[in-house]
Design a protein around this ligand. Sequence first.
Ligand SMILES: [Zn+2]
Length: 173
Amino acid sequence: MAVLEILTYPDTRLSDPALPVTDFNRSLVQLVVDLQETMLVGPGAVGIAAPQVGVAQRVAIVDVSPVLEGDRNRKPKSSRNGRLVLINPEIVERDGEVTGREGCLSVPDYTGNVLRADAIRVQASNELGESREYHCHGFESRAIQHEIDHLDGKLFLDRVMSPRELFRRKAYK
Ligand SMILES: [Zn+2]
């Protein structure tokens, strides 16, 4: 197990589209473990994608439960599927649009307001190669869309509509 180094903007590797996973082998399982460990080092982080640690594969983890548990009032309508391992994820349905604040381990100095689909249906494999489908809405849906963007070489900075929607922060939390 290892905590991996997080690439930060403007590292160009964050802009490279990631390749689909074809081999569900031990090194993939290890990558998921390492991503999980690395995510937990970032306070309040709810997701991480392999390109953020320099691995150009379509692998991401999302787990919004710690944030939702500490924040029931602000995000009451979010689904909570627990820890999601998303390998080769595809959004197959979107419903509604909502603007919300996002942060990113790879953009430590800023948060920004981004428009996302409110509800999504997403299909993905887990690290064992088993196909899964999840219905997600609210904060969980936003987190998944943010991570899939990483797999496509996009940061939330690319989706912020104007500089006024970008906010400097003093410390990552
Ligand atoms: Zn991010």
